[in-house]
Design a protein around this ligand. Structure first.
Ligand code: C2E
Ligand code: CA
Ligand code: CA
Length: 794
């Protein structure tokens, strides 16, 4: 059982032990009272004899019971118990001797018993200390050694010197006479050593043990000094000290162990104090040796103390250096060698502590724009090299005392002490400018821009975390405005922080499977057939419920999460397409893409793989892109479109008419479909201008061989109109609202598959409010072709 297991079983002190303990305390008390009450000092058989022997004997019994009844530190307490027993035996010998022979010879049989306690005590203290400080470092052991030697040096110079001086006689007299102070010094130095190594504040067990031994040793020393000055009288408080000392030692045996945390530092200021005190006492001994006659062993011990103390210093120096190195490593970014986020936070906190309102500071956050593309295009190695170049580019702009660190990814943070708004913006702009010359990496010149957000203390916030968030919000603004540097704007505070929180949650949403797809049908206006669906993403947010894409897709686009989102949407939609196909519904599935998707080098391969995996022919997948998607980096986007076209995927231009581009670029794109934005369609019956636009768009598109979809068809009239304008396909709430896959499947099953002359009559929307009736949709236009089923089934 380890010493911690005792906590599992409550530390119970057996009744017998309690009785013995109480008796011991009572005996000591009786003796003390007797000292006060007795008229004269001197030997008394009852008090110095019986009571003392009984008390010492009970102390031994307590220790031995402890060794018998509890496993933990059993050996230690057995040793102390035997030591006390020997000491008691010494007293018995003394008492019986004094009764009959007076005076007591020196040395006598009693001395064997009394001296007998020392070896037991020394070994016990060492054992106990060792079990307490197992696994301690060299430095701490050296602390202990310095303590031991220091006490030995000082003690031998003071105590040994005085006591031995007065000894005269043969070898036995000298030997026994010297053995007492030596034993005391040994015990004392061991205690100091162990306490130093142990470091922690002593618990009750150690307190009692240490106090007990100190009292015991003190009694010895006083006794020896008294003897040497011939002033020792029996039957005074001095005699009580041995008894009290050993009683305390025995009481320590039954102290409950206190729980201490193992990871607590073993050495602290205490050990430093011991080292200093020991070194000082050693120096004192050496100084004394030059003037007073000092025994050579004391000088030797003092020298050894100083040697050990120097060794301790060397070890401490090494430890300190390791510590500094570890600190430095912990605050350095591996890739760039700049300080890392941890160091940044620490620096920010320190700056905050020392800042004064008349000398504010600025926090800047720099995020590289489209850095991901560098990684995607040229590989991570080039990306890493670019990141390594950022520090050397930007550092020259900073002033001494400014902090630059890499916070992670392509994000860098700055703390600029003593900087106001104007200066912060100025530095921000210079940082942006410094990025503009191309980075030449592996013979590839790569141009990169950055967006910087600026937050100011104390204007924006007075705490470091919020300042950081403010800078983050400002950085997003800079990114979306493509303005380079932006100052945090309180007006957009709530909005910005919401976005920030959402951006963080979005990063985890794909992995947490929180994206759900709803599917909205598209029908062929010529045949009335339902030919496909558009996949529309929703975010099942853990707190806010089902969120629509206009809330989170822009944030995902800005923060780079859109790739993960699109990948998730693509794989789900393609798998669903495959499932419908297995169920007998051959439907195209359209997925919306963002500009980063088109710039990713992985997109085409990913799609090819997903199609193969779900056994979906490429022409069942449609990809919807907007004009703005293409505008960002037209050349690369167009290259991707051609690759996708080559794969057999259909491409569709979404939200047509909301951008400012002309139809002419459509000529050069491998596009098969064009979706007229719902802003032109929804109010078609009211605005004649919209009709003109739709009509001319249809003509132009058809002349390029491109099919036209009318989006946002909300009622039958609009449906009739767009059909009459020549739109090929229609999509909108009138036909069906977007639905989860299972609901849409159920709806599909309700649709007739057989030939039906009243084409559109057969499509009934699950939403009763939008239920289609034959007359509400379109007048029937029977033709041979149109007489096909409304649902294409394989
Ligand atoms: P969009 O591509 O134009 O998608 C059509 C939007 O119009 C959908 O909104 C749909 O619910 C809505 N809609 C359909 N019929 C009608 C109608 O008759 N009247 C009206 N007023 N609205 C109709 P939703 O689902 O909120 O999606 C909004 C936009 O979010 C989409 O516009 C698309 O640009 C984007 N989006 C949706 N899913 C994704 C996705 O997976 N990836 C990306 N990048 N963007 C997506
Ligand atoms: Ca779309
Ligand atoms: Ca659209």
């Amino acid at each position: 059982m380890s010493r911690f297991d005792d906590h599992v079983h409550p530390w119970r002190v057996p009744l017998l032990v309690r009785i013995v303990r109480l008796t011991l305390v009572a005996l000591v008390a009786v003796y003390l009272v007797s000292l006060l009450v007795r008229d004269t000092a001197g030997y008394d058989l009852v008090f110095e004899g019986v009571i003392t022997v009984l008390a010492l004997g009970l102390a031994a019994v307590l220790c031995l019971m402890r060794a018998l009844l509890r496993r933990e530190d059993r050996g230690v307490f057995a040793l102390i118990g035997f030591g006390c027993l020997a000491y008691t035996a010494g007293n018995v010998a003394y008492v019986s001797h004094v009764q009959y022979l007076d005076p007591m010879p020196f040395p006598s049989a009693a001395d064997i018993g009394w001296l007998g306690i020392y070896p037991f005590l020394v070994v016990a203290v060492i054992l106990l200390g060792r079990s307490e400080v197992a696994g301690t470092q060299v430095g701490v052991w050296l602390d202990g050694l310095v303590g031991v030697l220091g006490v030995a040096a000082a003690g031998s110079a003071l105590v040994l010197q005085t006591t031995l001086k007065n000894l005269s006689g043969d070898f036995t007299v000298l030997f026994v006479g010297a053995a007492y102070p030596l034993g005391d010094l040994l015990v004392l130095s061991m205690i100091v050593g162990v306490l130093t190594v142990r470091g922690r504040r002593p618990d009750r067990k150690w307190m009692a043990l240490t106090c007990g031994l100190l009292v015991f040793v003190l009694a010895d020393i006083i006794y020896m000094v008294r003897l040497s000055t011939d002033s020792y009288v029996q039957g005074t408080f001095l005699d009580a000290l041995w008894m009290i000392g050993l009683a305390l030692v025995s009481l320590s045996a039954w102290q409950p162990p206190t729980r201490h945390r193992i990871e607590e530092p073993a050495a602290g200021l205490g050990s430093l104090a011991v080292t200093i005190a020991a070194s000082l006492s050693a120096v004192a001994v050496l100084v004394a040796a030059s003037t007073v006659e000092t025994p050579s062993y004391a000088v030797g011990l003092a020298g050894a103390t100083l040697l050990a103390a120097s060794a301790r210093t060397v070890v401490a120096f090494h430890q300190l250096r390791h510590l500094v190195e570890a600190r430095q490593l912990a605050g350095t970014d591996d890739l760039t060698g700049l300080s890392n986020r941890r160091a940044f936070t620490a620096f920010l906190d320190r700056t905050l502590e020392t800042a004064s309102p008349d000398r504010g500071f600025a926090v800047l956050l720099l995020d590289l724009d489209r850095f991901k593309e560098v990684n995607d295009l040229f590989g991570h190695q080039v990306g890493d090299r670019l990141l390594q170049e950022i520090g050397p580019r930007l550092s020259p702009i900073l002033r001494p005392g400014d902090m630059l660190s890499r916070l992670g990814g392509d994000e860098f943070g700055f703390v600029l002490p003593g900087t106001d708004e104007t200066a912060a913006l100025q530095i921000g702009r210079r940082l942006c400018d410094a990025l503009s010359p191309p980075f030449v990496l592996d013979d590839v010149a790569s141009q990169i821009t950055g967006s910087i957000g600026v937050a100011l203390w104390p204007a924006d916030s007075d705490n470091s975390e919020e300042l950081f968030q403010c800078a983050d919000v400002a950085m997003y603004t800079a990114k979306s405005h493509r303005s380079g540097v932006e100052l945090y704007d309180v007006e957009h505070d709530a909005d910005g922080r919401d976005r920030l929180a959402m951006a963080k949650q979005l990063r985890l949403a794909a992995e947490a499977d929180q994206f759900v797809l709803h599917y909205q049908p598209k029908i062929d206006l010529r045949s009335g057939r339902l030919i496909g669906v558009e996949a529309l993403v929703r975010w099942q947010h853990p707190e806010h419920g089902l969120l629509y894409p206009d809330v989170f897709v822009p944030i995902a686009e800005q923060t780079g999460t859109i790739r993960a989102l699109t990948t998730k949407v693509l794989s789900t939609a393609i798998a669903q397409c495959g499932q419908w196909r297995l169920d007998g519904f051959v439907l195209t599935v359209a997925v919306n893409l963002s500009s980063s998707d088109l710039l990713s080098v992985h997109l085409v391969n990913d799609i090819a793989l997903m199609l193969t995996r779900s056994r979906v022919p490429a022409d069942l997948l449609q990809l919807e892109i907007t004009e703005t998607t293409l505008m960002l980096e037209p050349e690369r986007a167009v290259a991707t479109l051609h690759a996708l076209h080559a794969l057999g995927v259909t491409l569709s231009v979404d939200d047509y008419g909301t951008g400012f581009s002309s139809l002419s670029y459509l000529r050069d794109l491998p596009v098969q479909e064009l979706k007229i934005d719902r802003t032109f369609i929804t109010k078609l019956t009211e605005h004649s201008r919209d009709s003109a636009i739709v009509r001319s768009t249809v003509d132009l598109a058809h002349s390029l061989g491109i099919e036209v979809v009318a989006e946002g068809v909300e009622n039958g009239d609009v449906m009739t109109l767009v059909r009459s304008f020549g739109c090929d396909l229609a999509q909108g709430y009138h036909i069906c609202k977007p639905k989860p896959a299972n609901e849409l499947t159920a709806w599909l099953r309700t649709q007739p598959t057989q030939t039906d002359d009243t084409l559109f009559a057969s499509i009934t929307c699950a939403d009763s409010s939008h239920a289609l009736s034959p007359c509400s949709v379109l007048p029937a236009q029977p033709s041979v072709d149109d007489a096909s089923p409304t649902l294409a089934r394989s």
